[in-house]
Design a protein around this ligand. Structure first.
Ligand SMILES: Cc1ncc(C[n+]2csc(CCOP(=O)(O)OP(=O)(O)O)c2C)c(N)n1
Length: 589
C-alpha cells in the first residue's frame, strides 16, 4: 500500500516529447470513455445506474465479452456508500477511482458523501448522466416522463462548491482532453473530487476507432517549501522551551508520519493528534501526548500546526499570547474554509513530509549544543505520555464489568484483537483513538465535514483495495443507520468484501445530547433528562440485517462476552469469508 502523498495520476507525457498513442476499436463514445478510463489506470467504476446509463451498460457488456477486466463495474445501490467506497479505495491506495450516478437526483443522493471527500481532499472522478438534451431525433432522445422532470437549469450547481472542476461533455472529440483534465484537476494538490456530466446523446454518438495518448497529457505540479522559512522555523524550534505539534491529518501521507516521528524524537517535541482523521503518530510513542491540546496549549511557546484545520477550540482554550504559531500544509490556511481564525506567524506551504524533514535537517546543525535541554524535555514528555496512557487504560478497566457495556471497554477489547494487518475505520467518536495500530495507514476516522454514514462504505472501499487485510468498521448506532446499511451489506456480499462492523449501540445520538448539555448546562433537557430528537429507542436487531445478507450477526449484552464474540466474528470474516456484525448494547447516556 502506498500513501496518498506519494502517488501521482500517471507520469504525464514523456519529457522527451514522445507521443505514444494507443488505438482502440469502439462503436460509440461510451465505449471510448471506458477504454480511456482503463488506459488511465482506473480499476473500479462505482455506479448506481439509471436510464442515462444505457450506453454505459451496453459498453460494459461489450467489455465483458471481450474479457477486458478494468475498470470493473461495481453496483452500489445507494449513492452514499457509492461515493464513500470510492473515498475508502483512495485512502488505501492513493489512486483515484471513477464513479457514476444517475443525473441530478443520484448526484443529490451522493452529495453529502462528496462534501466529505472534498473536505478530506479525496480525488474522485464523479460522472453523472444528464437528462437527454433532445426531445426527438436521436436513439438517445427523451423517451420517459422523467427526462423532462429530471432536467435542471444547472445540474452541477448543487455541488459546485464542493468540486474542484465540473464540465459537461459536449462532443466525443473532447473525450481525452476532458478526462485528462478531470483527473489532473482531481489529483493536483490540494486534491479533491471533480464532476463530469455525460449526456445520453454524446454517449451514444457513433465512433469507429479512437486513438488516445498512452500517457495523460498533464505532468502534475509539485510544491516545495520555501527554504528560508524552513530555516526560520528551525531557529524558533531550537530556542523553544516547550514546542508542541498539533495535527489531525499528517497521516494522510505515510512519509509525513515518519518525518513527524523523526522530528519529535530529535527535538523532543510533544505531539497531539487532535480530532485525527488518520493514524498520525504512533500512540505508543513517548512523544504522543494524547488527543486534546487543552492541557498543553497554554504552556507551549512554539506551536506547529501540521495538516490540521482546527488545532484548538478558541472558546475553550487559547495559546499563550507570546506563543509563535507555525502552520504547515499543502493548503496551510485552508482556502476553502469561510471562517478560520487561527493565527499563522509563519506559514510553510508544502507536503508536510517534506517540510518536516527539511526542518529536521535544518535543526540538526544546532542540536548538539541543545542536547542536554532536549534530553530533559524528552524525559518530561515520556512521563506525560505514560500518565496519559495509564489514564485511558484505567478508565476502560474501571468499566470492565459494567452492564450495559461501557463504550471504552468495547474499544479496549477491540484493540486487543488488532494486528499489524488490521485496518480500522472509526466513525463513532473518540473512544477508539487511543487503541489504534502503530502503523501509518491503519486507522481512518471521520473527515471533518462530519457527514455521518461514511464509515461502512469507506470500509468496503478499503477492503476492495486491500483484500488480504482485516478491515473493521467501528460505528455508532446512529452512524450505522445513516450509512444505508442494506446497500452496504448487499455490496459486501455481492463483491465478496468480508468486513467486521462493530455497532456501539447506545440507543441514542449521544453527540446531540452532549451538545445540548454544553450549550444549556442548566437547561430543560439537562434538568429533566428528556432529550427529544436525540433518542434511537426502541433499538433494532441490527445483527439480523447482516444475517439477511448472508453474514454473521451477534448481539452482545454481557461485557464478559465481548472477547468471545469478537473472536467468533473475526473467524467469520477471515475463515468463512463473510461479513459480520456485532451489535453491542452499550450504556444509554
Ligand atoms: C448526515 C448527518 N446528519 C446529522 C448529523 C448530526 N450528528 C452528529 S453526531 C450525531 C449522532 C450520531 O449518533 P451515533 O452514531 O449513535 O453516535 P453517538 O453520538 O451516540 O456516540 C448526529 C445525528 C451528522 N453529523 N450528519
Amino acid at each position: 500500500m502506498e500513501s496518498q502523498g506519494e502517488r501521482r495520476a500517471g507520469k504525464g507525457r514523456s519529457r522527451s516529447g514522445s507521443l505514444n498513442k494507443v488505438r482502440a476499436e469502439v462503436e460509440n463514445a461510451a465505449q471510448a470513455y471506458l477504454e480511456l478510463l482503463s488506459l488511465r489506470g482506473i480499476e473500479y467504476f462505482f455506479a448506481n445506474a439509471g436510464t442515462d446509463f444505457a450506453s454505459i451498460v451496453d459498453a460494459f457488456a461489450r467489455r465483458l465479452q471481450q474479457g477486458k477486466e478494468f475498470p470493473r463495474p461495481v453496483t452500489v445501490p445507494h449513492e452514499i456508500p457509492l461515493v464513500s467506497m470510492a473515498h475508502g479505495y483512495y485512502l488505501a491506495t492513493g489512486r483515484p477511482q471513477a464513479a457514476m450516478v444517475h443525473v441530478g437526483i443520484g448526484t443529490a443522493n451522493g452529495l453529502a458523501a462528496l462534501i466529505h471527500a472534498h473536505r478530506a481532499r479525496v480525488p474522485i472522478l464523479l460522472s453523472a448522466g444528464r437528462t437527454p438534451i433532445t426531445e426527438e431525433g436521436s436513439p438517445a432522445s427523451r423517451n420517459a416522463f422523467i427526462h423532462w422532470g429530471q432536467e435542471s437549469f444547472d445540474q452541477a450547481g448543487m455541488l459546485r462548491e464542493y468540486v474542484k472542476w465540473d464540465y459537461e461533455l459536449r462532443t466525443p472529440s473532447q473525450l481525452e482532453a476532458v478526462v485528462d483534465r478531470a483527473l489532473a484537476m482531481a489529483m493536483t494538490e490540494p486534491r479533491g473530487p471533480v464532476y463530469l456530466m455525460l449526456p445520453r446523446e454524446v454517449l451514444v454518438s457513433p465512433l469507429e476507432e479512437v486513438e488516445f495518448h498512452a500517457q495523460p497529457r498533464y505532468d502534475l505540479p509539485t510544491f516545495h517549501p520555501d527554504l528560508k522559512r524552513i530555516q526560520e522555523a528551525a531557529e524558533l524550534l531550537i530556542k523553544a522551551q516547550f514546542p508542541l505539534i498539533i495535527t489531525s491529518a499528517a497521516g494522510r501521507a505515510h512519509a509525513a508520519v515518519r518525518a513527524l516521528v523523526e522530528l519529535a524524537e530529535d527535538m523532543g517535541i510533544g505531539v497531539i493528534s487532535f480530532n485525527p482523521e488518520y493514524m498520525n503518530f504512533p500512540t505508543g510513542h513517548p512523544c504522543h501526548l494524547g488527543f486534546l491540546p487543552d492541557t498543553h496549549l497554554a504552556k507551549a511557546d512554539v506551536i506547529f500546526v501540521v495538516d490540521c484545520d482546527v488545532p484548538w477550540y478558541p472558546n475553550r482554550v487559547k495559546p499563550n499570547d507570546s506563543a509563535v504559531v507555525i502552520q504547515v500544509g499543502i493548503d496551510p490556511l485552508y482556502s476553502r474554509y469561510p471562517l478560520r481564525g487561527f493565527p499563522s506567524d509563519l506559514t510553510l506551504q508544502g507536503e508536510p513530509a517534506e517540510v518536516l524533514s527539511e526542518i529536521a535537517k535544518a535543526t540538526a546543525h544546532h542540536r548538539g549544543r541543545q542536547e542536554a535541554r532536549i534530553a530533559v524535555r524528552r524525559r518530561e514528555l515520556g512521563q506525560i505520555h505514560e500518565d496519559t496512557v495509564e489514564g485511558w487504560q484505567e478508565a476502560a478497566r474501571k468499566a470492565a464489568h459494567d452492564k450495559p457495556i461501557d463504550c471504552q471497554w468495547v474499544s479496549y477489547n477491540v484493540n486487543r484483537m488488532l494486528t499489524d494487518d488490521t485496518m480500522v475505520v472509526n466513525e463513532w467518536g473518540n473512544s477508539m483513538h487511543p487503541y489504534t495500530s502503530q502503523l501509518p495507514g491503519s486507522y481512518f476516522c471521520t473527515p471533518h465535514a462530519g457527514y455521518l454514514g461514511w464509515g461502512f462504505g469507506a470500509a468496503l472501499g478499503i477492503k476492495m483495495a486491500c483484500p488480504d487485510r482485516t478491515v473493521i468498521a467501528t460505528v455508532g448506532d446512529g452512524c450505522y443507520l445513516f450509512s444505508v446499511p442494506s446497500a452496504c451489506h448487499f455490496v459486501s456480499r455481492a463483491y465478496r468484501l468480508p468486513i467486521l462492523i462493530i455497532v456501539y449501540n447506545n440507543q441514542c445520538y449521544e453527540a446531540v445530547k452532549a451538545a445540548t448539555r454544553a450549550v444549556h448546562p442548566d437547561g430543560w433537557a439537562a434538568r429533566t433528562g428528556q432529550f427529544p430528537l436525540s433518542e434511537l429507542q426502541p433499538t433494532a436487531d441490527f445483527e439480523k440485517i447482516c444475517e439477511a445478507f448472508g453474514g454473521y450477526g451477534e448481539r452482545v449484552e454481557n461485557p464478559d462476552q465481548l472477547q468471545p464474540a469478537l473472536k467468533r466474528a473475526l473467524h467469520a470474516v477471515s475463515q468463512e469469508k463473510r461479513q459480520a456484525l456485532l451489535n453491542i448494547i452499550c450504556k444509554h447516556p
